[in-house]
Design a protein around this ligand. Structure first.
Ligand SMILES: O=C(O)CCC(=O)C(=O)O
Ligand SMILES: [Fe+2]
Length: 327
């Protein structure tokens, strides 16, 4: 038997021997190697080096979890709740988290945060707060303390190890260059990393924006250090069949200097405070882009600003099948 089939499969892949790598990982999985099962599942999720197969990945994750792989358990929980590879099943995901929490402190900590929320059997908030209007043209609505400090910290922690400087592809060279509009570091919490806490918060954002959670893009996290900013822009996309109709921003911390959100048209300036949210529509009633929604994240002058953004599409949005596709 091969001692470390995952390392061996990586070597085969690096040598371009994809078929051999896949055969090796399959065989090791069949004989109950939990790391091989998990690696095989991640390949099916990523769609490389084998085709994407979400139901197949779920089968492998189930096996790896039941054989005691805690990493597989967390991914299985995420996919169970967000409906990847099978219909969304909040109660099923919750039961898996309960089971994982018995031996895994990461799962236990998530359970503590979840237990502090009052949720329906589908993970939606039972009594979501109402927003107050704070500006006109554009209409900007505000909710104080939509997220608790602990919830904000959890989100920041989910993104912390993935933060990357903002870049755009240079149209001439195709190379990634610094983004001139946004200079902060960012990360998205994709479907395999959506803890039940993040998913409950995404459902809370859906409730307060009057949308379905499936319309939301993956939660985007931004971190601004001194001098970093998001220059004036609109969130709506220039060309799309599934527009970003609404935006909700949640400030994840406070105590830094600068970093207000500024709406150019009505000179509305929103001072960030931990857990506060603002909501605005990016399109007019006829669906056209509303230029009055132009806004900026002003430069941070001292300290660090953390922010979560949920861009909400007109219709369900699937992070698996590409930016324009419905689930
Ligand atoms: O940082 C801010 O306050 C604004 C962020 C923003 O405009 C966005 O995430 O779309
Ligand atoms: Fe924006």
């Amino acid at each position: 038997m091969i001692h470390d089939p995952v390392a061996q499969a990586d070597r085969l892949l690096a040598a371009g021997r994809v078929r051999d790598a896949v055969m090796l990982i399959e065989q090791a999985g069949h004989s109950g190697n939990i790391d091989a099962l998990f690696r095989h599942a991640t390949w099916k999720l990523a769609g490389t080096p084998i085709p994407r197969d979400l139901p197949g990945a779920r089968v492998l994750l189930r096996q790896a979890t039941s054989l005691g792989n805690p990493e597989a358990a967390l991914v299985e929980i995420a996919l169970t709740a967000n409906g990847s590879g099978a219909p969304a099943d909040w109660a099923g995901a919750r039961a898996l988290l309960d089971a994982a929490a018995g031996t895994d402190q990461v799962a236990a900590d998530q359970l503590t945060l979840l237990d502090a929320m009052t949720l329906t059997k589908d993970g939606a908030p039972i009594d979501p707060p109402r927003a107050q209007r704070i500006g006109e043209n554009p209409d900007v609505r505000h909710i104080a303390r939509l997220f608790t400090q602990e919830e904000c910290l959890h989100i920041a922690q989910c993104a912390a190890d993935m933060l990357q400087p903002a870049t755009v592809a240079d149209p001439r060279t195709g190379r990634n260059v610094a983004n001139p509009v946004r200079t902060s570091d960012g990360a998205v919490i994709g479907p395999t990393r959506e803890t039940l806490v993040v998913q409950a918060l995404n459902r809370r954002l859906a409730a307060v924006t009057g949308t379905d959670w499936r319309q939301g893009e993956a939660l985007s996290i931004l971190r601004y250090q001194p001098g970093q900013q998001f220059r004036p822009h609109v969130d709506a996309l220039p060309v799309t069949s599934n527009q970003r109709i609404r935006t909700v921003l949640v400030y994840l911390n406070e105590g830094f200097a600068g970093g207000a959100t500024y709406f150019v048209n009505n000179a509305l300036r929103v001072t960030p405070r931990t857990g506060d949210a603002i909501i605005f529509d990016n399109v007019r009633a006829d669906g056209s882009i509303d230029p009055a929604t132009q806004h900026a994240g002003e430069p941070v002058t001292a300290g660090v600003k953390w922010l979560a953004t949920r861009w909400i599409r007109a219709r369900p949005f699937s992070v698996w099948t590409g930016p324009e596709n419905a689930a």
